[in-house]
Design a protein around this ligand. Structure first.
Ligand SMILES: C[S@@+](CC[C@H](N)C(=O)[O-])C[C@H]1O[C@@H](n2cnc3c(N)ncnc32)[C@H](O)[C@@H]1O
Length: 269
């Protein structure tokens, strides 16, 4: 029943966005652009090459990527996440679950999974794909979620730590809904591996304005929709260690790939 109510609520929110688009004057319409991307991709059967996610950074850099990656089967995932999923036990909270690609594989393997996402469109698509997905933020987790044995932040979900100000709030909130001895598994990207001069200049610009080098200020675009600007964090291992040090989590292990990607393994203290 709770899932059905969520679904109706999410559908209502989408109708409001469409109505606002009809009424508005030219220019981007503020709304759930990432949800729009996932809905469009879901509608075409998650075919590759059909729907693209456009990400705009506050230095003007634009990146487009195939949205089908958010529906990718397990064999196409980064090896670190594939192996991590094989180790997962107990009740799982998939934070920033998106279209539910990790959640659906974990459910098929017998895990009890709750997905959490701040995008109504993502929640709607994940629910349509059989995931118990709930609408909410990692920094204010809704009631009804507690005693989770494993918390996952996959698909570079460490980025949801956002900033030095937001990270302690998110880490404390995830701890609040975790069971004693819980594990947190998060994938991330070390920004220092890039050799792209545009990204290196952006990291310098961030340092000069008192931000972490990999503290990206982004918004998502889809057709006429633009999301609000948000911070998405790419911390190095040393920076992540600092962010976690005084949190309820203990960073026990960092597993690395050859491209700057990593999987952070934490335990609730
Ligand atoms: C890069 S996508 C990854 C999606 C999914 N984990 C995957 O790998 O396919 C990040 C997801 O986090 C969600 N998100 C962003 N900020 C969030 C927040 N504060 N709380 C919960 N979810 C959030 C976005 O809507 C999006 O679905």
């Amino acid at each position: 029943m709770g899932g059905r109510r969520n679904w109706v609520g999410v559908g209502g929110a989408w109708a409001v966005i469409v109505e606002r688009m009809r009424e508005s004057v030219p220019g981007p319409v503020m709304g759930d652009a990432f949800g729009g991307v996932l809905r469009a991709c879901h509608e075409v059967g998650a075919r590759t090459g059909a729907v693209f996610q456009i990400i705009e950074r506050d230095d003007g850099h634009i990146a487009a990527s195939d949205a089908a990656v958010y529906f990718a089967p397990v064999e196409d995932w980064p090896e670190l996440e594939r192996h991590a999923c094989e180790e997962i036990t107990g009740r799982v909270l998939d934070v920033g679950c998106g279209a539910g690609r990790h959640a659906s594989v974990l459910i098929a393997a017998g895990a009890g999974v709750i997905g959490l996402d701040s995008s109504p469109g993502a929640v709607a698509v994940a629910q349509a794909r059989g995931v118990d997905a709930r609408l909410g933020s990692a920094s204010a987790i809704p009631v009804g979620i507690d005693a989770m044995d494993t918390v996952v932040l996959f698909g570079n979900g460490i980025g949801l730590l956002g900033s030095p100000q937001q990270a302690p709030v998110v880490l404390a909130e995830l701890a609040r809904v975790a069971a004693p001895g819980a594990r947190l598994l998060g994938s991330g990207l070390d920004p220092s591996v890039t050799t792209n001069p545009i990204h290196l200049a952006y990291h310098d610009h961030n340092r000069q304005r008192g931000r972490m080098p990999g503290q990206l200020r982004l918004r998502v675009r889809h057709e006429r929709l633009a999301s609000e600007w948000f911070d998405y964090l790419l911390p190095s291992e040393a920076e992540l260690t600092d962010l976690v040090r005084n949190s309820p989590w203990r960073l026990d292990e960092m597993r690395h790939d050859d491209h700057g990607g990593y999987l952070a393994v934490m335990h609730l203290r």
